[in-house]
Design a protein around this ligand. Structure first.
Ligand code: NAD
Ligand code: LMR
Length: 339
Protein backbone atom coordinates (compact mmCIF):
# COMPACT_ATOMS: atom_id res chain seq x y z
CA UNK A 1 0.00 0.00 0.00
CA UNK A 2 1.17 3.51 -0.67
CA UNK A 3 2.02 5.64 2.32
CA UNK A 4 -0.41 8.48 2.00
CA UNK A 5 -1.33 10.72 4.84
CA UNK A 6 -4.64 12.41 4.68
CA UNK A 7 -5.74 15.72 6.02
CA UNK A 8 -9.46 15.91 5.87
CA UNK A 9 -11.96 18.25 7.32
CA UNK A 10 -14.65 15.72 8.19
CA UNK A 11 -17.29 18.31 8.97
CA UNK A 12 -16.94 20.06 5.66
CA UNK A 13 -16.89 16.71 3.86
CA UNK A 14 -20.25 15.80 5.43
CA UNK A 15 -21.72 19.11 4.28
CA UNK A 16 -20.29 18.95 0.76
CA UNK A 17 -22.86 17.90 -1.80
CA UNK A 18 -21.34 18.98 -5.10
CA UNK A 19 -22.80 17.25 -8.14
CA UNK A 20 -20.57 14.83 -10.05
CA UNK A 21 -20.12 17.50 -12.69
CA UNK A 22 -18.76 19.93 -10.13
CA UNK A 23 -16.64 17.42 -8.26
CA UNK A 24 -13.17 18.19 -9.54
CA UNK A 25 -10.03 16.51 -8.37
CA UNK A 26 -6.92 18.59 -8.98
CA UNK A 27 -3.39 17.23 -8.55
CA UNK A 28 -0.21 19.25 -8.07
CA UNK A 29 3.11 17.50 -8.81
CA UNK A 30 5.87 19.49 -7.13
CA UNK A 31 3.44 20.78 -4.51
CA UNK A 32 6.02 21.57 -1.83
CA UNK A 33 8.07 23.95 -3.95
CA UNK A 34 8.18 27.72 -4.28
CA UNK A 35 5.30 27.65 -6.77
CA UNK A 36 3.68 24.46 -5.53
CA UNK A 37 2.86 25.74 -2.05
CA UNK A 38 1.10 29.03 -2.91
CA UNK A 39 -0.51 27.37 -5.95
CA UNK A 40 -1.94 24.65 -3.70
CA UNK A 41 -3.13 27.33 -1.29
CA UNK A 42 -4.97 29.18 -4.06
CA UNK A 43 -6.51 25.92 -5.30
CA UNK A 44 -7.71 25.17 -1.76
CA UNK A 45 -9.51 28.52 -1.80
CA UNK A 46 -11.25 27.65 -5.10
CA UNK A 47 -14.77 26.33 -4.47
CA UNK A 48 -14.73 24.52 -7.83
CA UNK A 49 -12.07 22.13 -6.51
CA UNK A 50 -13.46 19.23 -4.49
CA UNK A 51 -10.26 17.23 -3.96
CA UNK A 52 -6.69 18.44 -3.92
CA UNK A 53 -3.91 15.86 -4.25
CA UNK A 54 -0.44 17.15 -3.36
CA UNK A 55 2.63 15.20 -4.46
CA UNK A 56 6.32 16.04 -4.19
CA UNK A 57 9.55 14.17 -3.55
CA UNK A 58 9.60 15.90 -0.15
CA UNK A 59 7.23 17.51 2.31
CA UNK A 60 3.91 17.08 0.48
CA UNK A 61 2.11 15.51 3.48
CA UNK A 62 3.22 18.47 5.62
CA UNK A 63 1.99 21.01 3.09
CA UNK A 64 -1.30 19.10 2.85
CA UNK A 65 -1.70 19.01 6.64
CA UNK A 66 -1.22 22.78 6.77
CA UNK A 67 -3.46 23.70 3.83
CA UNK A 68 -6.04 21.10 4.88
CA UNK A 69 -6.93 23.16 7.97
CA UNK A 70 -8.32 25.97 5.83
CA UNK A 71 -12.09 26.01 6.20
CA UNK A 72 -13.11 25.48 2.60
CA UNK A 73 -14.91 22.35 1.47
CA UNK A 74 -12.24 20.55 -0.52
CA UNK A 75 -10.46 17.49 0.79
CA UNK A 76 -6.64 17.72 0.76
CA UNK A 77 -4.38 14.68 0.63
CA UNK A 78 -0.58 14.79 0.72
CA UNK A 79 1.35 11.93 -0.84
CA UNK A 80 4.79 10.56 -0.05
CA UNK A 81 7.33 10.03 -2.82
CA UNK A 82 6.58 6.45 -3.83
CA UNK A 83 5.31 5.21 -7.21
CA UNK A 84 2.10 3.90 -5.65
CA UNK A 85 1.47 7.22 -3.89
CA UNK A 86 2.04 9.07 -7.17
CA UNK A 87 -0.44 6.73 -8.86
CA UNK A 88 -3.02 7.40 -6.14
CA UNK A 89 -2.43 11.17 -6.36
CA UNK A 90 -3.20 11.02 -10.08
CA UNK A 91 -6.08 8.55 -10.18
CA UNK A 92 -9.34 10.27 -11.14
CA UNK A 93 -7.73 13.68 -11.51
CA UNK A 94 -9.36 16.20 -13.83
CA UNK A 95 -6.46 18.64 -13.80
CA UNK A 96 -2.78 17.89 -13.19
CA UNK A 97 -0.50 20.87 -12.66
CA UNK A 98 3.25 20.24 -12.90
CA UNK A 99 5.56 22.82 -11.31
CA UNK A 100 8.17 20.16 -10.39
CA UNK A 101 11.75 20.98 -11.30
CA UNK A 102 14.57 23.39 -10.60
CA UNK A 103 14.28 27.16 -11.06
CA UNK A 104 16.84 29.54 -12.60
CA UNK A 105 19.63 31.42 -10.88
CA UNK A 106 21.00 34.76 -12.16
CA UNK A 107 22.89 34.38 -15.43
CA UNK A 108 20.96 31.28 -16.53
CA UNK A 109 18.49 30.97 -19.38
CA UNK A 110 15.44 28.73 -19.08
CA UNK A 111 17.13 26.40 -21.56
CA UNK A 112 19.94 25.94 -19.02
CA UNK A 113 17.35 24.07 -16.91
CA UNK A 114 16.75 21.56 -19.69
CA UNK A 115 19.23 18.91 -18.54
CA UNK A 116 17.73 18.66 -15.06
CA UNK A 117 14.06 19.28 -15.73
CA UNK A 118 13.65 17.20 -18.90
CA UNK A 119 13.97 13.91 -17.01
CA UNK A 120 11.79 15.13 -14.10
CA UNK A 121 9.00 16.07 -16.51
CA UNK A 122 9.46 12.90 -18.60
CA UNK A 123 9.09 10.66 -15.54
CA UNK A 124 6.06 12.54 -14.23
CA UNK A 125 4.50 12.52 -17.72
CA UNK A 126 4.85 8.73 -17.77
CA UNK A 127 2.99 8.50 -14.47
CA UNK A 128 0.25 10.84 -15.75
CA UNK A 129 -0.08 8.77 -18.94
CA UNK A 130 -0.45 5.60 -16.86
CA UNK A 131 -2.77 6.87 -14.13
CA UNK A 132 -4.61 9.97 -15.41
CA UNK A 133 -4.57 9.67 -19.21
CA UNK A 134 -7.71 11.79 -19.58
CA UNK A 135 -6.68 14.66 -17.34
CA UNK A 136 -5.93 18.18 -18.50
CA UNK A 137 -2.18 18.48 -18.00
CA UNK A 138 -0.71 21.90 -17.25
CA UNK A 139 3.06 22.17 -17.63
CA UNK A 140 4.72 24.91 -15.60
CA UNK A 141 8.26 23.42 -15.34
CA UNK A 142 10.79 25.18 -17.53
CA UNK A 143 11.83 25.32 -20.26
CA UNK A 144 8.12 25.18 -21.17
CA UNK A 145 8.99 25.46 -24.89
CA UNK A 146 10.66 22.04 -24.58
CA UNK A 147 8.90 20.38 -21.62
CA UNK A 148 5.52 20.50 -23.41
CA UNK A 149 6.91 18.62 -26.46
CA UNK A 150 8.62 16.17 -24.08
CA UNK A 151 5.29 15.46 -22.38
CA UNK A 152 3.52 15.09 -25.73
CA UNK A 153 6.14 12.62 -26.97
CA UNK A 154 5.76 10.51 -23.82
CA UNK A 155 1.97 10.50 -24.19
CA UNK A 156 2.31 9.55 -27.88
CA UNK A 157 4.67 6.68 -27.01
CA UNK A 158 2.06 5.38 -24.55
CA UNK A 159 -0.82 5.84 -27.02
CA UNK A 160 -2.71 8.37 -24.88
CA UNK A 161 -1.81 11.70 -26.49
CA UNK A 162 -4.76 14.07 -26.65
CA UNK A 163 -3.62 17.43 -28.05
CA UNK A 164 -6.72 19.08 -26.61
CA UNK A 165 -5.63 18.32 -23.06
CA UNK A 166 -1.98 19.35 -22.92
CA UNK A 167 -1.18 22.97 -22.00
CA UNK A 168 2.02 24.89 -21.43
CA UNK A 169 1.18 27.57 -18.89
CA UNK A 170 2.08 30.97 -20.37
CA UNK A 171 -0.47 32.93 -18.36
CA UNK A 172 2.24 34.74 -16.41
CA UNK A 173 3.39 36.50 -19.59
CA UNK A 174 -0.10 37.93 -20.08
CA UNK A 175 -0.35 38.87 -16.41
CA UNK A 176 2.95 40.76 -16.70
CA UNK A 177 2.11 42.36 -20.04
CA UNK A 178 -1.15 43.62 -18.56
CA UNK A 179 0.46 44.88 -15.37
CA UNK A 180 3.36 46.60 -17.15
CA UNK A 181 1.15 48.52 -19.60
CA UNK A 182 -1.08 49.65 -16.75
CA UNK A 183 1.98 51.01 -14.95
CA UNK A 184 2.97 52.94 -18.07
CA UNK A 185 -0.48 54.23 -18.93
CA UNK A 186 -1.89 54.56 -15.40
CA UNK A 187 -4.83 52.28 -16.15
CA UNK A 188 -6.43 49.63 -13.96
CA UNK A 189 -4.45 46.41 -14.60
CA UNK A 190 -7.58 44.39 -13.84
CA UNK A 191 -9.10 45.81 -17.03
CA UNK A 192 -6.08 45.03 -19.22
CA UNK A 193 -5.70 41.75 -21.05
CA UNK A 194 -2.80 42.05 -23.46
CA UNK A 195 -2.52 39.25 -26.01
CA UNK A 196 0.85 37.49 -25.83
CA UNK A 197 1.77 34.81 -28.37
CA UNK A 198 4.69 32.48 -29.13
CA UNK A 199 6.43 30.56 -26.38
CA UNK A 200 7.69 31.14 -22.84
CA UNK A 201 11.26 32.41 -22.90
CA UNK A 202 12.95 35.63 -23.94
CA UNK A 203 12.48 36.41 -27.62
CA UNK A 204 9.83 33.72 -28.03
CA UNK A 205 7.46 35.83 -25.89
CA UNK A 206 5.66 38.22 -28.26
CA UNK A 207 3.23 40.77 -26.79
CA UNK A 208 0.71 42.17 -29.29
CA UNK A 209 0.12 45.58 -27.81
CA UNK A 210 -1.45 46.89 -31.01
CA UNK A 211 -4.42 44.55 -30.60
CA UNK A 212 -5.33 46.16 -27.31
CA UNK A 213 -5.54 49.68 -28.71
CA UNK A 214 -2.26 50.94 -27.22
CA UNK A 215 0.10 52.83 -29.43
CA UNK A 216 3.55 52.93 -27.89
CA UNK A 217 6.35 53.85 -30.26
CA UNK A 218 10.14 53.98 -30.48
CA UNK A 219 12.15 53.37 -27.33
CA UNK A 220 9.06 53.20 -25.15
CA UNK A 221 7.65 50.32 -27.22
CA UNK A 222 11.02 48.53 -27.37
CA UNK A 223 11.47 48.86 -23.60
CA UNK A 224 7.94 47.60 -22.95
CA UNK A 225 8.48 44.55 -25.16
CA UNK A 226 11.85 43.87 -23.56
CA UNK A 227 10.31 44.04 -20.08
CA UNK A 228 7.56 41.55 -21.00
CA UNK A 229 10.07 39.22 -22.67
CA UNK A 230 12.50 39.37 -19.75
CA UNK A 231 10.11 39.88 -16.83
CA UNK A 232 11.20 36.52 -15.45
CA UNK A 233 14.83 37.73 -15.31
CA UNK A 234 13.76 40.75 -13.25
CA UNK A 235 12.52 38.38 -10.54
CA UNK A 236 15.47 35.99 -10.83
CA UNK A 237 17.89 38.89 -10.33
CA UNK A 238 15.91 40.37 -7.44
CA UNK A 239 15.80 36.98 -5.68
CA UNK A 240 19.57 36.84 -6.16
CA UNK A 241 20.09 33.08 -6.37
CA UNK A 242 17.08 32.01 -4.31
CA UNK A 243 14.91 31.09 -7.31
CA UNK A 244 12.53 32.64 -9.78
CA UNK A 245 8.93 33.86 -9.81
CA UNK A 246 6.80 31.76 -7.46
CA UNK A 247 3.98 33.91 -6.09
CA UNK A 248 2.95 35.60 -9.34
CA UNK A 249 3.30 32.21 -11.04
CA UNK A 250 1.06 30.59 -8.46
CA UNK A 251 -1.57 33.23 -9.20
CA UNK A 252 -1.19 32.66 -12.95
CA UNK A 253 -1.39 28.85 -12.60
CA UNK A 254 -4.44 29.09 -10.35
CA UNK A 255 -6.10 31.45 -12.85
CA UNK A 256 -5.52 29.00 -15.68
CA UNK A 257 -6.82 26.04 -13.64
CA UNK A 258 -9.90 28.09 -12.69
CA UNK A 259 -10.54 28.85 -16.37
CA UNK A 260 -10.36 25.15 -17.25
CA UNK A 261 -12.73 24.28 -14.42
CA UNK A 262 -15.19 26.99 -15.48
CA UNK A 263 -15.12 25.69 -19.05
CA UNK A 264 -15.49 22.07 -17.89
CA UNK A 265 -18.48 23.11 -15.80
CA UNK A 266 -20.24 24.62 -18.81
CA UNK A 267 -19.19 28.28 -18.92
CA UNK A 268 -18.86 29.60 -22.47
CA UNK A 269 -16.30 31.99 -24.00
CA UNK A 270 -13.53 31.11 -21.57
CA UNK A 271 -10.36 32.24 -23.34
CA UNK A 272 -6.80 31.94 -22.06
CA UNK A 273 -3.44 32.21 -23.78
CA UNK A 274 -1.64 28.87 -23.65
CA UNK A 275 1.09 26.90 -25.40
CA UNK A 276 -0.66 24.03 -27.17
CA UNK A 277 -0.40 21.72 -30.15
CA UNK A 278 -1.38 24.31 -32.73
CA UNK A 279 -1.85 24.47 -36.50
CA UNK A 280 -0.86 28.15 -36.68
CA UNK A 281 2.88 27.84 -37.41
CA UNK A 282 3.36 24.09 -37.94
CA UNK A 283 4.63 24.79 -41.44
CA UNK A 284 7.46 26.84 -39.87
CA UNK A 285 8.57 24.04 -37.56
CA UNK A 286 6.49 25.07 -34.55
CA UNK A 287 4.19 22.21 -33.69
CA UNK A 288 3.31 24.00 -30.45
CA UNK A 289 2.47 27.67 -30.16
CA UNK A 290 0.84 29.94 -27.61
CA UNK A 291 -2.10 32.07 -28.66
CA UNK A 292 -5.54 32.78 -27.28
CA UNK A 293 -7.36 29.50 -26.87
CA UNK A 294 -11.04 29.01 -26.14
CA UNK A 295 -11.47 26.33 -23.49
CA UNK A 296 -14.36 23.88 -23.23
CA UNK A 297 -15.38 20.65 -21.51
CA UNK A 298 -12.92 18.73 -23.71
CA UNK A 299 -9.99 21.09 -23.11
CA UNK A 300 -9.01 23.05 -26.21
CA UNK A 301 -12.20 24.11 -27.97
CA UNK A 302 -10.83 26.59 -30.50
CA UNK A 303 -7.38 28.00 -31.24
CA UNK A 304 -7.72 31.64 -32.20
CA UNK A 305 -5.63 32.91 -35.09
CA UNK A 306 -3.07 35.57 -34.32
CA UNK A 307 -5.01 38.20 -36.25
CA UNK A 308 -3.81 41.56 -37.54
CA UNK A 309 -0.37 42.60 -36.28
CA UNK A 310 2.00 45.47 -37.04
CA UNK A 311 5.22 45.14 -39.05
CA UNK A 312 7.16 45.52 -35.81
CA UNK A 313 5.21 42.68 -34.19
CA UNK A 314 5.76 40.55 -37.32
CA UNK A 315 9.52 41.06 -36.92
CA UNK A 316 9.26 39.91 -33.29
CA UNK A 317 7.22 36.92 -34.41
CA UNK A 318 9.80 35.94 -37.04
CA UNK A 319 12.55 35.90 -34.38
CA UNK A 320 10.23 33.97 -32.05
CA UNK A 321 9.47 31.25 -34.60
CA UNK A 322 13.15 30.65 -35.37
CA UNK A 323 13.99 30.16 -31.65
CA UNK A 324 10.84 28.31 -30.76
CA UNK A 325 11.19 25.67 -33.46
CA UNK A 326 14.67 24.82 -32.10
CA UNK A 327 13.37 24.57 -28.50
CA UNK A 328 10.55 22.28 -29.63
CA UNK A 329 12.84 20.09 -31.70
CA UNK A 330 15.27 19.81 -28.79
CA UNK A 331 12.51 18.36 -26.58
CA UNK A 332 11.35 15.92 -29.27
CA UNK A 333 14.89 14.71 -30.03
CA UNK A 334 15.72 14.35 -26.35
CA UNK A 335 12.82 11.96 -25.76
CA UNK A 336 13.94 9.84 -28.73
CA UNK A 337 17.39 9.51 -27.14
CA UNK A 338 16.08 9.22 -23.56
CA UNK A 339 12.73 7.42 -23.78
P1 NAD B 1 11.30 24.93 -6.40
O1 NAD B 1 12.66 24.34 -6.44
O2 NAD B 1 10.98 25.89 -5.34
O3 NAD B 1 10.21 23.78 -6.34
C1 NAD B 1 10.25 22.68 -7.19
C2 NAD B 1 9.64 21.49 -6.45
O4 NAD B 1 9.66 20.38 -7.32
C3 NAD B 1 10.42 21.09 -5.18
O5 NAD B 1 9.56 21.04 -4.07
C4 NAD B 1 10.97 19.72 -5.53
O6 NAD B 1 11.06 18.85 -4.41
C5 NAD B 1 9.94 19.26 -6.54
N1 NAD B 1 10.39 18.14 -7.37
C6 NAD B 1 11.60 17.96 -7.95
N2 NAD B 1 11.62 16.79 -8.62
C7 NAD B 1 10.39 16.24 -8.47
C8 NAD B 1 9.80 15.04 -8.91
N3 NAD B 1 10.45 14.16 -9.66
N4 NAD B 1 8.52 14.80 -8.57
C9 NAD B 1 7.82 15.67 -7.80
N5 NAD B 1 8.34 16.84 -7.34
C10 NAD B 1 9.61 17.11 -7.67
O7 NAD B 1 11.04 25.60 -7.85
P2 NAD B 1 9.88 26.61 -8.25
O8 NAD B 1 10.30 27.99 -8.00
O9 NAD B 1 8.61 26.12 -7.66
O10 NAD B 1 9.86 26.40 -9.85
C11 NAD B 1 9.47 25.18 -10.40
C12 NAD B 1 9.58 25.21 -11.92
O11 NAD B 1 8.63 26.13 -12.47
C13 NAD B 1 10.94 25.68 -12.43
O12 NAD B 1 11.33 24.86 -13.51
C14 NAD B 1 10.68 27.09 -12.90
O13 NAD B 1 11.58 27.50 -13.90
C15 NAD B 1 9.29 26.96 -13.43
N6 NAD B 1 8.54 28.21 -13.60
C16 NAD B 1 7.72 28.33 -14.67
C17 NAD B 1 6.96 29.47 -14.86
C18 NAD B 1 6.05 29.60 -16.03
O14 NAD B 1 5.60 30.71 -16.32
N7 NAD B 1 5.71 28.55 -16.71
C19 NAD B 1 7.06 30.52 -13.93
C20 NAD B 1 7.89 30.37 -12.84
C21 NAD B 1 8.65 29.20 -12.68
C1 LMR C 1 9.10 33.27 -15.30
O1 LMR C 1 8.75 33.72 -16.39
O2 LMR C 1 9.11 33.96 -14.26
C2 LMR C 1 9.50 31.83 -15.19
O3 LMR C 1 9.59 31.24 -16.44
C3 LMR C 1 10.70 31.60 -14.35
C4 LMR C 1 11.97 32.12 -14.95
O4 LMR C 1 12.92 31.33 -15.03
O5 LMR C 1 12.06 33.29 -15.29
Amino acid sequence: MFAARQTLNQASRRCFSASARQASKVTVLGAAGGIGQPLSLLLKLNPRVSQLALYDIRLAPGVAADIGHINTKSEVIGYDATPSALAAALKGSEIVLIPAGVPRKPGMTRDDLFNTNASIVRDLAKAVADHAPEANVLIISNPVNSTVPITAEIFKSKGVYNPKRLFGVTTLDVVRASRFISQLRKTDPANENITVIGGHSGATIVPLLSQSGFNLTGDQLAEYVRRVQFGGDEVVQAKDGAGSATLSMAMAGARFAESLLKAAQGQKNVIEPTFVDSPLYKDQGCEYFSSNVELGPNGVEKIHPVGKITDYEQELLDVCLADLSKNIQKGVEWVKANP
